[in-house]
Design a protein around this ligand. Structure first.
Ligand code: PXG
Length: 303
């Protein structure tokens, strides 16, 4: 069965959800997006995703014609129309159709679309075993050139890195910044655990400031853990007790090997496990409801 897609103010069948070949999102990667999850009839961290979308847009001087409230409703309504209670949402704003030159002033109207689909979950096995990573030669984009804090449609930097990992048959890559400090994985942020302290690179290293990252930092602090944003190198990963990645798709996932060296004892550690469980708990209660009626029914049944 085809999906119903929000496209430029209308909800249309998937087969009719098409954009122009002159769209600068396609011609130049000129646009911004969000990957969002729905869990248990709620859209997780929706406000944070909407805020980041508008911040990304502002950074590239892309004016979004919808208000944040309207955009929030687009996301919720797209979920409703596709009967999505647990799923994956892709919200995209491109510069819109223009001419064959790259000047954004030639694009009169941004293209806005939203897809709400079911999600192919990572196998539970991967969370139990942890994943292996390599450090790749591709450095993360310079913030002064193409700022990784902007979640733009320009993902070639990350794709180069993923290709390097693919070529050696490893599922994830650690990307360093120009100075050799650890930045992030290809579509996930990175944390290490050392002597019960959580350490993750600060945004100025040149990373996307992940919403899962921020949620995990908050969970950890609420549980009395020490959390630091500071620079570190591969040396610190090799000598960490634990390591894990965070992202909308992967959630919190243990990383157990880097460049052939086991991290800690080479198995997911207790801090990572605690955070995986705490994160899953948070997904039950955070974010606006998709179908409001059902929650009242659930509450009255429970009561
Ligand atoms: N770094 C980068 C470069 C990302 O693209 C994250 C970190 C994690 O951010 P969030 O806010 O999701 O915690 C991302 C987000 C995919 C996929 O299909 C990846 C992301 C988003 C959507 C889909 O691999 N990465």
């Amino acid at each position: 069965m085809g999906l119903v897609i929000y496209l430029n103010g209308r909800y249309v069948p998937e087969k009719d959800a098409v954009v122009s070949v002159f769209d600068h999102g396609l011609l130049y990667g000129d646009g911004v997006f969000e990957g969002i999850r729905a869990y248990h009839n709620r859209v997780f961290k929706l406000k944070e995703h909407i805020d980041r979308l508008y911040n990304s847009a502002r950074a590239i001087s892309l004016e979004i014609s919808l208000s944040k409230e309207e955009m929030t409703e687009v996301v919720l309504e797209t979920c409703r129309r596709n009967n999505v209670r647990d799923g994956y949402i892709r919200l995209v704003v491109t510069r819109g159709p223009g001419d064959l030159g790259l000047d954004p002033r030639k694009c009169s109207k941004p293209t806005i679309f939203c897809i709400a689909a079911s999600i192919q979950l990572y196998p539970e096995e991967l969370y139990k075993k942890g994943l292996e990573m390599i450090t790749v030669a591709t450095r993360r984009n310079l913030p002064e050139a193409c700022n990784p804090q902007v979640k733009s449609l320009n993902y070639l930097n990350n794709i180069y890195a993923r290709i390097e990992a693919n070529l050696v048959g490893v599922p994830e890559a650690v990307m360093l910044n120009q100075e050799g400090y650890v930045a992030e994985a290809t579509g996930d942020n990175i944390f290490i655990v050392k002597d019960t302290t959580l350490i993750t690179p600060p945004p100025y290293v040149g990373i996307l400031e992940g919403i899962t990252r921020n949620a995990v930092m908050e969970i950890a602090r609420n549980r009395g853990m020490k959390v630091e944003e500071k620079l570190f190198t591969r040396y610190d990963i090799y000598n960490a007790d634990e390591c894990f990645l965070t992202g909308t798709a992967a959630e919190v996932i243990p990383a157990v090997k880097l460049d052939g060296r086991p991290i800690g004892d080479g198995r997911p550690g207790p801090v990572t496990w605690e955070l995986i469980h705490a994160f899953r708990e948070l997904t039950r209660v955070d974010g606006p409801l998709i179908f409001a009626e059902e929650s009242r029914q659930q509450a009255s049944q429970a009561g």
